[in-house]
Design a protein around this ligand. Structure first.
Ligand code: CXF
Ligand code: ZN
Length: 369
């Protein structure tokens, strides 16, 4: 029996999120129905709503979410009804070449993320004859969603749904940008450009990896003030100020790592990141939204610098998400402090405006049932 669910949807790029009622099919084979309690406001949904990143429309927003498995289709083995779960914005099939070699962030099963369609070519959300995809084949801005079992990860019952939702994207994407894709090591100097919901976790990752200098560049005063709470050692409003500091403090050697986690990627931040890294330095690009690499290749060759793209921060969700939750439980990772404000589903547009205005580290929707 299908059910109805309230959800925030986008019908065309540029149109605001609209709260509407949708029909939701039952889970088919290897799928589960999740009752979502919390959903994180990640910048990527905003990129899609704005049209910066292409996605089939209409779409149910949200790819950070946590809740309870309500029912399962035939053949589901990873979870059972009653299990608390967070989502993985890229599924992990465990069998493809990338999963099998410890790179679940590149799982082949993730190919439908920008369509929101299931592998059999059908959708689970419907309204008035239209099929609605779920962002990343999830759709956590809905009270309920049917998702593939590869897209959920069981979490301990005692973890709050609000913090668990953030472990679906922003936390591993940021933490991994330092620890996995970045490969930060003890004693290094790391510069993080942009301390939003992703960058803040790059700060935490770099700090936990033992970086000597964890330098944050962010024009927003509130974010610079928050940065030391998560392990930043120095904060600057501009790349030029950070460059002067890094040059002095490293006796001209410059940074070992620059990690780009700004809200909207652009040419200048890429140039700034390359400039601030020294010999054998690495620029890790996690941010999305625009920008070109306009550098003379000599900038890379002469100092043997590397540019590393990063999806999910290079984290394998089935390995790293439970690990991150463990680090939270042991007090080595701050999650509660990431949440600046909680919103009702109906306030989703206000939540995104707050994000764009620099008021939030992370906003979280708390679903009502
Ligand atoms: C992003 C990664 C780049 C494509 C869109 C989704 N992931 C999460 O925010
Ligand atoms: Zn995200």
């Amino acid at each position: 029996m299908s059910i109805t669910t309230r959800a925030a949807v986008c019908r065309k790029p540029g149109q605001p999120w609209e709260i509407t009622e949708l029909e939701l099919d039952d889970p088919k084979a290897n799928e589960v129905r999740v009752k979502f309690h919390a959903a994180g406001l990640c910048h990527s949904d905003d990129h899609i709503q704005k049209g910066d990143a292409p996605m089939r429309m209409p779409v149910v927003g949200g790819h950070e979410g946590a809740g309870v498995v309500e029912s399962v289709g035939p053949g589901v083995t990873r979870v059972k009804p009653g299990d608390h779960v967070t989502c993985s914005f890229i599924p992990a099939c465990g069998k493809c070449r990338y999963c099998a070699t410890g790179q679940q962030q590149l799982c082949d099963f993730g190919l439908n993320a920008a369509i929101g369609v299931f592998p059999d070519g059908t959708f689970r959300f419907h309204s008035g004859g239209d099929d609605f995809g779920g962002l990343c084949v999830l759709g956590t801005f809905s009270q309920y969603a049917v998702v593939h079992e590869y897209s959920v990860i069981k979490i301990p019952d005692e973890i709050g749904f609000d913090v668990a939702a953030l472990v679906a994207c922003g936390v591993p994407t940021g933490w991994g940008s330092a620890v996995r894709a970045g490969g930060v090591r003890a004693g290094e100097t790391v510069v993080i450009f942009g301390m939003g919901g992703v960058g803040v976790n790059a700060v935490q990752g770099a700090s936990l990896a033992g970086a000597k200098n964890v330098v944050v560049v962010d024009p927003v005063k509130f974010k610079r003030e928050m940065a030391p709470v998560f392990g930043a050692t120095h904060t600057f409003a501009s790349a030029d100020e950070a460059f002067e500091f890094v040059r002095e403090t490293t006796w001209g050697e410059l940074a070992d790592h620059a990690i780009i986690t700004v809200g909207v990627l652009h040419d200048q931040v890429i140039a700034d990141a390359i400039k601030i890294t020294g010999k054998c330095g690495q620029v890790t690009i996690t941010a999305v939204g625009g920008g070109w690499i306009n550098e003379n290749p000599g900038m890379l060759i002469g100092f043997q610098r590397r540019i590393q793209g990063s999806i999910y921060g290079g984290c394998s969700p089935l390995v790293d998400v439970p690990r991150l939750i463990g680090l939270y439980q042991s007090g080595d990772l701050k999650l509660d402090e990431l949440i600046t404000r909680r919103y009702k589903l109906d306030e989703v547009n206000e939540g995104y405006q707050d994000m764009l205005d620099g008021k939030n580290i992370r906003g979280v929707i708390m679903h009502e049932h």
